[in-house]
Ligand binder design. Structure first.
Ligand SMILES: [Zn+2]
Length: 115
């Protein structure tokens, strides 16, 4: 089954509806209820789209989705490039520290209610 066939599978259609319901049919980034809503994959692993936990998905409007995809993709490439010079023995420490900074930033935005 190809990926586009999988996206037409009733199991994915059901999952997709479930995520849209959970997110109240609004974009999780800008709150827009009117734009074309899409279900965004927060991360990818090798399994069928309907087998992911709900936490792997987020409802986004079309423009937040493409914006987000672009930023995250370029961020990942840059991070990979930066990490090439980090000695392997401290790599785990560096990643843990970066993740700590990200969760602090997320808490900050949550408190301001501007996600
Ligand atoms: Zn949006």
């Amino acid at each position: 089954m190809t990926y586009s066939q999988k996206l037409r599978d009733p199991r994915w259609q059901k999952k997709r509806l479930h995520i849209l319901e959970r997110d109240d049919w609004k974009c999780c980034a800008c709150g827009d209820p009117d734009s074309n809503l899409q279900v965004h994959h927060v991360y990818y692993v090798k399994q069928d789209p309907w087998d992911y936990p709900d936490s792997a998905y987020q409802t986004l409007c079309e423009s937040c989705h493409s914006e987000r995809q672009k930023i995250v993709d370029s961020g990942i490439e840059n991070i990979r490039m930066e990490l090439k010079d980090v000695p392997t023995e401290i790599l785990e420490e560096v990643i843990t520290s970066v993740l700590g900074h990200i969760s602090v930033a997320v808490e900050y935005f949550d408190e301001r209610g501007t996600r």
